[in-house]
Design a protein around this ligand. Structure first.
Ligand SMILES: Cc1ncc(COP(=O)(O)O)c(C=O)c1O
Length: 428
């Protein structure tokens, strides 16, 4: 299989289901008119270029939460009308999320706190002796939760990722799980998840896709891509109310230890304890984050109603403008694993000659009202690899980069302001 074939299977399949026309305008985000102080005491409009960390709240998400609040009540356990209504809204949120990711009808949809919680939940449910195969390019949420793992070096090109996974999985006996990100939180680059799923299944393994940075930017279809599990966070999907989700095959989740032990996860407690077999109650003990789930579902609805064509077109226009602006500044270097032309979402990391990442981020904030992220983005091995560093502490300011990330609410002025600010900085 050529590199091109391996990679092109992802967008091609995903594209099949993209609606042809936009049905609604792109919704607004809260805080679009936020003003922040800069040096000298002036106020300027905030240029939020840190969506990959946490995206602002979409207006329809805020509206859905406000609409749910007056009847807010307990779920699953109350006979009162408000409790029944809130339960219905919570369970409807599950259906909405299931449809949003194109899950199979019998897939479990478990609400969690975030992606990290979702990967840790799956890690606790793996059959005994499972070996996980994971690339060093992963975010720590997908790199660290596994008891027994084989770590693969950053692949030089997408086909090499598939080849390395193939080879590693072939050498493992017993249950195995391949864990891979769909879109890198460092470079934004898209991974060949369809081809990786194919390879995993050929070796009798399952695949977990960390979709935290994909779902805010692209449509994901779990069934079409033949994925076993996906995880993502509401707060990166314009729904910052503390919920995330794990979606996927029921059997391991039905057999794994309940993630939290307490009310809701049990059918009966006497001398012994009878736990629910259904993954949702089994792993959602205690009162769940109902508003978080409603918010997450409202974000899924809002993005679907807008249509991916319009969202992707606007994001690609802005990210192309940003990247060509960065490329035009001597001393600014964009980080990339698979080269300039590889498809990516709206995330760009870079370094600036003569300045630490922290200095750049601080100047951008204090002088230009621009919010970016600096550091290693909870992907220490990957950032060190991209910077050609074999060493460098975690928080000591070495081997760090600056990351700008965009989404709904990002304007051309924000992008241009960042480029001009960096041009000013290198010319000082
Ligand atoms: C690719 C990726 N996976 C996982 C995570 C962890 O997400 P959370 O902090 O919401 O658990 C992040 C967060 O930045 C991420 O970018």
């Amino acid at each position: 299989m050529s590199t091109l074939t391996i990679f092109s299977s992802v967008p091609a399949r995903a594209a099949e289901a993209v609606p042809a026309a936009t049905s609604r305008p792109i919704p607004a985000v809260l805080g679009a008119d936020l003003e922040v102080p800069v040096k000298g005491g002036r106020l300027v409009g905030y240029a939020n270029l840190d969506y990959a960390a946490s995206a602002p709240c979409l207006e329809p998400v805020s509206a859905a939460v406000s609409a749910a609040l007056p009847a807010y009540s307990s779920v699953h356990r109350g006979a009162g009308y408000a409790s029944q209504l809130t339960t219905a809204r919570y369970e409807q949120a599950r259906h909405t999320v299931r449809a949003f990711v194109g899950a199979r009808p019998d897939d479990a949809v478990i609400f969690t706190r975030n992606t990290t919680d979702a990967t840790n939940l799956l890690a606790r449910c793996l059959p005994a002796g499972t070996t996980t195969v994971v690339f060093d390019t992963e975010h720590h949420a997908s790199l660290l939760p596994w008891q027994k793992s084989v770590r693969l070096a950053p692949p030089a090109f997408p086909g090499e990722a598939v080849r390395a996974a193939d080879e590693a999985l072939a050498g493992i006996e017993g249950p195995k799980l391949l864990v891979v990100t769909a879109a890198s939180n460092v470079t934004g680059e898209l991974w060949p998840i369809a081809a990786l799923a194919h390879v995993a299944h050929r070796h009798g393994a399952r695949i977990l896709v960390d979709a935290a940075q994909l779902v805010p930017h692209r449509r994901l279809n779990l069934t079409a891509l033949d994925l076993d599990y996906v995880a993502f966070s509401g707060h990166k999907l314009y729904a910052p109310f503390g919920a995330g989700v794990l979606v996927g095959r029921r059997d391991w989740l039905a057999e794994g230890e309940p993630y939290l032990k307490g009310g809701g996860a049990v059918r009966a407690v006497g001398d012994g304890t009878e736990w629910h077999d259904d993954p949702e109650p089994r792993h959602e003990a205690g009162t769940p984050n109902v508003l978080g789930a409603i918010a997450l579902a409202a974000a899924c609805d809002a993005l679907t109603a807008t249509g991916w064509t319009a969202l992707v077109r606007e994001e690609e226009r802005l990210i192309a403008r940003l990247r060509s602006g960065l490329a035009s500044i001597e001393g600014v270097r964009e980080l990339s694993l698979w080269g300039d032309d590889h498809p990516r979402v709206g995330i760009v990391s870079f370094t600036v000659d003569g300045y630490s990442a922290r200095e750049v981020a601080e100047v951008l904030s204090s002088e230009y009202g621009i919010g970016v992220r600096d550091g290693k983005f909870c992907a220490h091995p990957f950032v060190r690899h991209l910077l050609g560093e074999t060493d460098g502490g975690c928080e000591d300011g070495t081997a760090s980069a600056v990351r700008a990330s965009i989404g709904i609410g990002t304007t051309q002025e924000h992008v241009d302001r960042l480029v001009e600010a960096l041009r000013d900085l290198v010319n000082r």
